[in-house]
Design a protein around this ligand. Structure first.
Ligand SMILES: O=C(O)CCC(=O)C(=O)O
Ligand SMILES: [Fe+2]
Length: 278
């Protein structure tokens, strides 16, 4: 089977230019414009979901688990601020990343990623002028694996956008919750504080299902993946694109996220600033 069997090309004609593709782009762009988020429900076929699930399961042992305590801004604690300030609210984060080199070119994940027109379609949706696939062999496409009690606490992304493909959900929990455009010219700490305390009415809730493709601009929209429940693991693929060609992660950051580095990380070290995964 190939990407033609895995991607629902009837509903999502992402490849060659056509009036249907133009209409699809218009609708995705309108969603992104409205609240920084677009979901292509059922982007994958049932065969696609089954193949990706099996592939993720088959390499799950290669996942590298990491733990940290983080605030919404990924900054250090600032004891000069009041104890209830949003920058001083820290939450546990733990999950595991399955590095990109576990996914072979003929496996389902790379068949989808390498499908002709996939990158160009994502770029056209996001209308990003400088747009390159991350050249990092550990990180161009990864699977994020999380278990009961895990999730991703409230945060703003450091990267401009995130492209994810839902593969498998936990038995319950795991909703994607976000407060669109909650910060812009100002940090809007009052409203951010209300979201962190569960008192805001600006939070939207998305129940993403296996096979859904999500494009999200997370720099201005506070968001989280609610804690997972049940025995089944959550698997999500994350595709990474950057603004310059030939970019790879910094060695320290790569070690933190994936537990190892490759020669290319050291060869390229110091040539550029890092692009953070999260
Ligand atoms: O796991 C996800 O669905 C995406 C989580 C997220 O917010 C991120 O990776 O920045
Ligand atoms: Fe995020």
């Amino acid at each position: 089977m190939s990407a033609h069997d895995f991607i629902n090309l009837k509903t999502y004609p992402i490849g060659a230019d056509s009036p249907e593709r133009v209409a699809l782009l218009e609708s995705v762009r309108a969603d992104l414009e409205r609240d920084g988020c677009a979901v292509l429900k059922g982007f994958l076929t049932a065969d696609g979901v089954a193949a990706l699930t099996a592939e993720a399961e088959s390499v799950s042992e290669q996942g590298y688990r990491s733990f940290n305590r983080t605030n919404a801004y990924f900054t250090k604690d600032d004891p000069d601020l009041p104890a209830d300030h949003p920058k001083r609210q820290f939450f546990d984060r733990s999950n595991a990343f399955i590095p990109a080199d576990n996914f072979s070119p003929d496996g389902a994940l790379r068949q989808i990623h390498d499908f002709e027109g996939f990158d160009a379609f994502i770029q056209a949706c996001l209308q990003e002028e400088n747009f390159y696939r991350y050249a990092d062999p550990l990180a161009d496409v990864i699977v994020n694996m999380a278990e009961e009690g895990e999730g991703f606490p409230w945060h703003f992304d450091t990267n401009n956008f995130t492209v994810t493909l839902a593969i498998q959900n936990a038995e319950s929990g795991g909703a994607f919750e976000y407060a669109p455009a909650i910060r812009a010219e100002t940090e809007n700490f009052d409203e951010v504080g209300r979201v962190l305390r569960g008192q805001s009415d600006r939070v939207k809730v998305l129940e993403l299902e296996p096979g859904d493709l999500q494009l999200f601009r997370g720099r201005y929209s506070l968001h989280r993946v609610a804690p997972l429940k049940g025995q089944r693991r959550r698997y999500v693929a994350i595709f990474s694109y950057v603004e310059e060609p030939n970019m790879v992660g910094a060695p320290e950051r790569t070690e933190q996220l994936y537990g190892r580095t490759l020669p290319i990380h050291h060869e390229r070290a110091g040539q550029r600033i890092d692009v953070l995964m999260d």
